[in-house]
Write a protein that binds this ligand. Sequence first.
Ligand code: APR
Length: 308
Amino acid sequence: MRSKITIIGAGNVGATCAQRLAERDYADIILIDIIEGMPQGKALDLLESGPITSNSSLITGSNSYEESANSDIVIITSGVARKPGMSRDDLIATNSKIIKDVVENVVKFSPDCVIIVVANPLDIMAQLTLKISNFPRSRVLGMSGILDTGRFKTFIAQELNVSVEDISAFVLGGHGDAMIPLPRLASVGGIPLTEMLPEESIKNIVERTVNGGAEIVSLLKTGSAFYAPSAAVAQMVDAVVLDKKKILPCAAYLDGEYDIKGVFLGVPVKLGKDGIEQIIEVNLTTEESAALKQSAEAVRTLFNDINL
Ligand code: APR
C-alpha cells in the first residue's frame, strides 16, 4: 500500500520536499498552507509533472487538515524563515505559535503518524511538538543533523577535490551556533580526515559548517536554504517509508543518553518504519562531551523561555 505523507507549509522547503517525494513514487502527498490557492496550485503543478517524470503519486493541496487524515508521516515546515542578520533563535516567538496550532491539528487528524519537524529554531520546535503532541519520543524527530552533515561533507570534498560520496562524517548537537562537527570521526575513502588535511584547514571547514545556514541566508537575502534541507527530509522519509533502519544524525529527545535528559539534540539514530528505533551513543572526548552538554543547556534555556 502507498504511504500517505502530509507536508505542512507549502513554501520553499515544503514545496521542494513535495517534489522530491512525489518523484520517489512511493506515497501520496497532501500539501497544506494557510495561503488560499497556493498549496492547491503547487499540488496541481506537481501532479501535472507526473506523466513527464513517470510517477503516479497523487498530490493534493489544501488549506485545511481533513484531507490529511491518517497520514503515516507529517512534515512540519510551516513558519517564518530567517532574513540576513537574524539567528534561528530570533524566529522563536512567531514559529512557536504556528507550531502549537499545527501540531494540535496533526494529532487530531493523524494520531499514529511519525512527525518530522523542520521549522526553526529546530531543536526548540521539535521539543514543543513532542510536548503538545504527547506522542512517544520515537515518533517526533527533527531534521538538522543530515543538513549540517551535508554541508560539512561538501566543504571537506571541496578542500580535497574528491567526490562527496567518499566522505563519511557527522555533526552532533543543536542546529545552531552550538552544533559540533566531529572531524575526529570523519574519513575520506576510509582514511581518517585528520591524516588528509592540516589542522588549520579542518578548523576553517568546521567554522564554515557552523555558519553554513547563515552563508546561504546572506546570499539569498529573502529567505533561507531549501534544496539541501528538502533533500535531508527526503532521506529521513525514505528511511521510515522503506523501513531502511538507516543511521542518520537527527534531532531526538534525550532521556539520559549522553548523560543528558529532557532536551532535543542532534545525535545519530537508527530510523525505520516506527521512527527512531535506537539512539546511538558515540564515545566522546571530554571536550566533545562538554560541548554537547553546553549545546543541551542552550536548548533547555530557550525552551523554558517560550511563552505560549
Ligand atoms: N499553517 C500552515 N502553513 C503556514 C502556517 C500555518 N499556521 N503559518 C505559515 N505557514 C506557511 C507560510 O504561508 C509559508 O508558505 O509556511 C510557509 C513557509 O514557507 P517559506 O516562507 O518559504 O519558508 P521556508 O524557507 O519553507 O522555511 C520554513 O523551515 O528551514 C526552516 O527556518 C525555516 O522555519 C523555517 C521553515
